[in-house]
Design a protein around this ligand. Structure first.
Ligand SMILES: [Zn+2]
Length: 124
């Protein structure tokens, strides 16, 4: 049964939205990672959360996290193995406002203001 798409809460915007291999590849294609996929990599691989904990932070079901995470891992593998450029953008998300019970982050509002100003790069 279809359920309404729910925005995934993300607590972090990456400093770098674009990565390029040092050696130009013959292949022109580029891998696009969504900000939601990025967030699962950050929470699970960088912060060491379980998929369940990640789902709590992002306010989605664990099974949804699993799908997103699998997709994210596949894309990162493609980047590394094929030597492709990577861009991070878009996705079905909303920026955390530090309101959530499970939110361990600080300064989300500040990040959001910066993002609305289109000012990613100055985040320290
Ligand atoms: Zn947050």
């Amino acid at each position: 049964m279809p359920r309404p798409r729910k925005c995934k809460k993300i607590c972090y915007l990456p400093h770098n939205l674009e990565f390029r291999p040092v050696t130009e590849s013959a292949n022109e294609s580029c891998v696009f990672l969504t900000l939601v996929e990025f967030e699962t990599i950050r929470l699970i691989d960088k912060e060491g959360l379980s998929q369940e904990e990640c789902g709590e932070r992002m306010e989605v079901a664990r099974t949804t996290v699993q799908q997103i995470y699998t997709s994210a891992r596949r894309k990162l593998a493609e980047v590394l193995v094929e030597g492709l450029p990577l861009k991070i953008a878009g996705g079905d998300y909303r920026i955390c406002e530090g309101e959530g019970f499970h939110c361990g982050c600080g300064g989300c509002k500040k990040r959001r203001t910066r993002m609305e100003n289109g000012d990613h790069k100055e985040e320290e």
